[in-house]
Design a binder for this molecule. Sequence first.
Ligand SMILES: Nc1ncnc2c1ncn2[C@@H]1O[C@H](COP(=O)(O)OP(=O)(O)OP(=O)(O)O)[C@@H](O)[C@H]1O
Ligand SMILES: [Mg+2]
Length: 254
Amino acid sequence: MKGLTAAYGPVPALADVTLDFHEGEVVAVMGRNGAGKSTLLHHLVGLRRAQRGSVEVLGRAPAALSASEAIRLVGLVPQDPGALLCAETVAAECRDGDRDGGLAAGTTRAVLESLVGGISGGAHPKDLSEGQRLALALAVVLAPEPPLLLLDEPTRGLDYGAKERLSRQLRQLAARGHCVVVATHDVELVAEVADRVVVLADGEAITDGPARSVVCHSTSLASQVARILAPAEWLTVEEVATALAERPGHRTTP
Ligand SMILES: Nc1ncnc2c1ncn2[C@@H]1O[C@H](COP(=O)(O)OP(=O)(O)OP(=O)(O)O)[C@@H](O)[C@H]1O
Ligand SMILES: [Mg+2]
């Protein structure tokens, strides 16, 4: 995006934001409530058209794409995942996902199982728990594996296991060359998955740097491990445990 500026009537939302997102990276977009994170994602997926400046995904303006073109280029799991779900049952939602994405039957259901197991195919999406509904929306968007994947607050309501599985899937997608952009307040998720952190404040991109240095040198964005071990730059328990295990003569208890 180049010089992207956006407003809702008189309310400014983004001010002259220029950012590049690359294949193979996981970028966390952080910032306070109202900073402009969701607005930024909505422009990347073409829900909103740039008022000033421009947005391109692999050379195409997302707002100009047809629905079937868009689904293969860029996918968004919205802040309210229920907004994405319109079928009467989980099974129908998965079938629609396969059909819309041109996928082999069962693909979306398999992605759902890999995130959260045991959800009944006959259940109405509205009757799922918050975490299950999010997992279903994630499955629908992840299944066609769009090169650009956008997630808006993807960990709200997820239990520890589901969050770990989501982190792993996002890392795997990035390793396969996808670009993943996650708007989040979850500093632990950022420590786990992000390569890079962009911080928005009042619609401006005020920070853009490697996750390790942004997370370790910020008072408000630091993970628990980063806080405890500062000024050393450690992000996660797993990282520390691995480093300790590699030191001769040291034993760690998980
Ligand atoms: N539909 C809307 N109508 C009017 N103003 C809006 C609308 N959506 C967002 N805004 C305003 O635009 C600004 C940016 O909002 P946005 O939702 O992008 O922030 P955010 O960083 O995603 O916040 P949060 O962390 O709460 O999700 C805010 O000032 C917000 O009040
Ligand atoms: Mg938001």
